[in-house]
Design a protein around this ligand. Sequence first.
Ligand code: FAD
Length: 409
Amino acid sequence: MIQPSTAIVVGGGIFGLTAALELRARGSAVTLLEAGPIPHPLAASTDTSKVVRIEYGADALYTGLAETARDGWLAWNRDLFPRPLYHETGATFLTRQPMAAGGYEYENFRLLTARGHAPRRLDAAAIRRRFPAWNSEVYVDGYYTAKAGYVESGNVISRLAGLARSHGIDIRTGEPVAAVATRAGAGGRVRLESGAAMVADVVVVATGAWTPLLLPELAAVMRPVGQPVFHLLPADPARFSPPQFVVFGADSSRTGWYGFPAHPETGIVKIANHGPGHPVHPRDDPRAVSPDNEARLRRFLAETFPGLAGAPLVDSRRCLYCDTPDEHFWIGRHPTNPALCVAAGDSGHAFKFAPILGRLIADAATGRPSSLSHRFGWRAFAPGATGQEASRARAGERDNGGSANDGLW
Ligand SMILES: Cc1cc2nc3c(=O)[nH]c(=O)nc-3n(C[C@H](O)[C@H](O)[C@H](O)COP(=O)(O)OP(=O)(O)OC[C@H]3O[C@@H](n4cnc5c(N)ncnc54)[C@H](O)[C@@H]3O)c2cc1C
């Protein structure tokens, strides 16, 4: 294990900022290099909201980490944020068929119950009574959990960047890194696009979906994938506000659809899809949703939230995941240059772990043994490796429009 006196972190999203804060807390002098502003408008971390859930199907490891992260969000609300940025509205995960063993919602319910989180099962009548915006002719089973909600992710990034500066972290925005050293014995070394070189005891690359551009050797195990995000403005936002409308998954492991209650100030309802996604080039993609995306959204709304089906779309965009083949994060030291640590591969579900991410990344960067390295460490994949993230919809699943979820979102 090493105790670096200097560290360079590349990337000012949630992976980079939490890593920088933790390395600083452990005594390193830290420089964070970000290509654009912080928050960067195209960063995955920059948005109005991200879901915080502890549900990961039957996966007790993620569920355990998410429980710890949720405690972290509650502590951050208390100790770190000027006002709560994590809103524990509760969440509903509803299904169009009765929940069955092996299914995402069923396994969530079983594990939440076993771990003492007291989720409440909902049948069609209960859905109609408690969550009237839902079409309870179609959604007939599922549950409500009080231990879930959303974070104002963009505001979290701004707050953590402010904290980082106040803790003496040298944040340099508008400083794109062109290359990082991977050669054995090279140590921590980066070259900026401006041509300047910088060295440190450790370098952490936390560049999200851009990582395969900076480290082409990772292109085989990291795939930038575009996902649609929609902002709708209902005529009556109160109908889509807590407690009768909370964070939701709509048969999400089949359809991919999930969303948020109306924003308390703007009244906007955000809905997105956690499906197979559409492979894109992280720099050249126009970040726009396609007409087919919007048509699928309208079909989904018509079937699930009739009161939202005609709501005007006030914004939409394509946001990028950095997908790994197994959909587990990539947090590990480079095999030939241990002074380089890569922290990426979010696969669309890492923001909720922010309160523990910094520790995981700093442990990896300093060589501290971790019981999680089998899941997140530098790894090889058997041919045909498949995604393991239980809530993710897969290609081929039927969404509500009757067309196969062909993966080309
Ligand atoms: C549509 C969508 C919805 C999501 N919903 C959820 C959710 O509900 N719950 C949840 O837990 N997670 C969710 N996620 C996942 C979450 O947003 C990500 O896991 C997380 O934000 C990834 O953070 P990051 O720091 O790896 O990447 P990013 O936030 O993308 O940050 C990477 C940063 O690196 C910078 N950079 C890139 N290249 C360079 C370079 N060469 N030099 C310097 N800087 C560089 C970029 O400018 C950027 O600021 C969602 C993601 C998307 C796309």
